[in-house]
Design a protein. Structure first.
Length: 186
């Protein structure tokens, strides 16, 4: 057999392989790009949640109920991939000594607009709202922790909601949590 055939045959096979693989790579890139920018039509909602508990505070027993509900009447949030997220509202009800109403209020992310940067608020939803037992004992009032977050990320703003014994509400950033988030992990 001719030595030129031995050189030309592998070289032709290699060129054919390069051309064939090059075409497939372009098609895969196109498909991935089309999928990444495809518009979503379904709204993503967090599941409704309910929690309740009793608190003994300054000689009185209080009962709190927290209900988080996805809302289709609040503005929706859309991320860069086209995912649409429903915002939530949270109803907080507190009674004293069994049946005396102290407060019944619905919170939305707008409740926290003075404590969270406006650019963040445009991309965020009201995610969490829980009783903050550790802070209630050293504060003047019953304390809850709230969070406003960018959906499906780890980005959030921690907030304190303090309910005074006369039913007043004060909202402020959770500076202790903010400091913990800034502390490097060793």
């Amino acid at each position: 057999m001719n030595p030129k055939v031995f050189l030309i045959t592998p070289l032709a096979f290699f060129i054919l392989l390069l051309v064939a693989c090059g075409g497939k790579k372009t098609n895969q890139e196109t498909i991935v790009k089309e999928q990444a920018f495809q518009q979503k039509t379904d709204t993503i909602e967090m599941q409704p949640s309910f929690s309740s508990g009793n608190v003994l505070f300054k000689g009185n027993e209080y009962r709190y109920e927290i209900e988080r509900i996805p809302s289709d009447s609040l503005p929706m949030i859309k991320d860069e991939l086209g995912n649409v997220f429903a915002d939530n509202c949270v109803r907080l009800t507190i009674t004293r000594n069994g049946n005396q109403p102290l407060i019944s209020k619905v919170f939305t992310k707008k409740t926290f607009m003075n404590d969270v940067p406006s650019k963040f608020m445009k991309e965020a939803i009201l995610e969490g709202f829980v009783f903050y037992e550790e802070r209630t004992s050293d504060m003047d009032g019953i304390v809850f922790a709230a969070s406003v977050c960018i959906p499906q990320t780890d980005l959030f703003y921690p907030l304190i909601v303090r309910v005074s014994l006369d039913g007043g509400i004060r909202v402020e950033p959770d500076n202790i949590m903010m400091e913990l988030m800034e502390t490097p992990v060793e």
